[in-house]
Ligand binder design. Structure first.
Ligand code: ZN
Length: 308
C-alpha cells in the first residue's frame, strides 16, 4: 500500500484570531496532526531564548513527541532564526530569482522534519498555525509536500481589544502595531492563497456562528470523516482529548489538556469609542473587504462605560 502524500494546512492570520482553537479542534480528526506554531518556532524564534512548553505541558526537550525530533532541526535554522523577519520575507518572495545560499538545503531540512513528524503522528495532514504568512511562503516551497492555506480573519477591533491585556507569555501590544500586523498578515495570506491549494477565507465570527457547517466544510476538504469531536450545542464543542503537541500558540492550549468541552465564543473585550474609531479608520478598506461594519458598536460602548 502506498504511503499517502504528506499535506500541510497552514492557518494564515494575525495573532488572536482563533487559530489555536480551530487547530485544536481539527487536530482531533483522524490522520491530522496539529503542531501549533512549529514554523514560527523554527524560523523566527531563537528557541534558546524563547521557551514555551509544548501543549502537553512538558518542555520541548522533555516531550516524548518532540525530544527525538528536535535533533532533526538543522543547525542552519538557528542562524535563520537570528535573522530579521523582513529579510526572511524578501528571501521567500524572491524564491526562484535570487535564491540565497543555503535556501534549497533549508527546504530539504524542513521537508525531512515535517516528514518525521508525520511519521511519528501517523498522519497525512499537518496543521501549522504559525499564522504569519511569511512562514507560509517557505512551507509552500517544500519538496514533495502538498501545501494548502486557510486564511483565518477576525475583526481587527476585537483583536486590538484582546491585545490590550497581557496573557501568560503574550505581552500587551499597542493598537498601531496590531493594525499594521493585521494588514501585513492578511494581505500576505491573500498572496499566499494565489498559488497554494487554498481553502479560502474563514472569518472567526462565521465559525463561531455556525461551527457545525464550517467544520464540516473543512473536514470535507481535508477528506476526513467528522470524528474526534462533536458540536454539542451552537456554542460548545466537545473534543476527544487526543494529546496534541502544540508549540507556541495561545496559552489557552494548556486548558485543552483537561477541558474537553470548549466554548465556541470569542471573549470579547470592550474597546473605547475613540480607539474603535481610530482602528476602524486605519483598517477601513480591509474591514470592508472582509465584510465588517465600520464605526463604533453600541454594545462595545455600553460595556466600556460599565467597566470604566
Ligand atoms: Zn508535547
Amino acid at each position: 500500500m502506498s504511503t499517502p502524500r504528506l499535506k500541510i494546512l497552514y492557518l494564515a492570520s494575525s495573532g488572536r484570531s482563533g487559530s489555536t482553537l480551530l487547530a485544536r479542534i481539527l487536530g482531533e480528526l483522524p490522520g491530522v496532526c496539529n503542531v501549533g506554531e512549529l514554523g514560527l518556532q523554527l524560523l523566527f524564534q531563537d528557541v534558546r531564548e524563547f521557551q514555551v512548553a509544548c501543549g502537553c505541558g512538558l518542555e520541548e526537550t522533555a516531550c516524548p513527541f518532540w525530544r527525538d525530533i528536535v535533533p532533526e532541526r538543522p543547525g542552519a535554522m538557528r542562524d535563520y532564526a537570528r535573522d530579521y523577519q523582513t529579510r526572511h520575507l524578501w528571501r521567500a518572495w524572491r524564491r526562484g530569482k535570487n535564491r540565497p545560499d543555503g535556501y534549497p538545503q533549508l527546504l530539504r531540512a524542513l521537508r525531512r522534519l515535517y516528514g518525521a513528524i508525520a511519521e511519528r503522528a501517523q498522519s497525512d495532514w499537518i496543521i501549522d498555525t504559525s499564522t504569519n504568512a511569511a512562514i507560509g511562503l517557505y512551507l509552500r516551497d517544500l519538496p514533495e509536500i502538498e501545501f494548502h492555506s486557510l486564511q483565518l480573519v477576525r475583526d481587527v477591533r476585537d483583536i486590538v481589544a484582546s491585545w490590550r491585556e497581557s496573557k501568560a507569555y503574550l505581552p500587551r501590544l499597542p493598537p498601531r502595531q496590531i493594525v499594521a500586523g493585521w494588514w501585513f498578515s492578511n494581505l500576505l495570506a491573500e498572496w499566499l492563497a494565489r498559488d497554494a491549494g487554498a481553502f479560502g477565507r474563514l472569518r472567526l465570527e462565521d465559525l463561531l456562528a455556525a461551527p457545525q457547517l464550517q467544520l464540516e466544510q473543512i473536514a470535507a476538504r481535508l477528506q476526513k470523516p467528522m470524528q474526534g469531536f462533536s458540536v454539542i450545542s451552537p456554542g460548545m464543542v466537545r473534543i476527544g482529548g487526543k494529546t496534541q503537541h502544540v508549540l507556541l500558540g495561545n496559552p489557552d492550549k494548556f486548558q485543552y489538556r483537561s477541558q474537553y468541552e470548549i466554548p465556541l465564543q470569542a471573549r470579547k473585550k470592550p474597546l473605547r469609542r475613540m480607539d474603535r474609531l481610530i482602528t476602524s479608520a486605519l483598517a477601513g478598506p480591509l474591514l470592508r473587504r472582509y465584510g465588517y461594519a465600520w464605526g463604533a458598536g453600541a454594545e462595545d460602548e455600553a460595556t466600556a462605560a460599565r467597566q470604566g
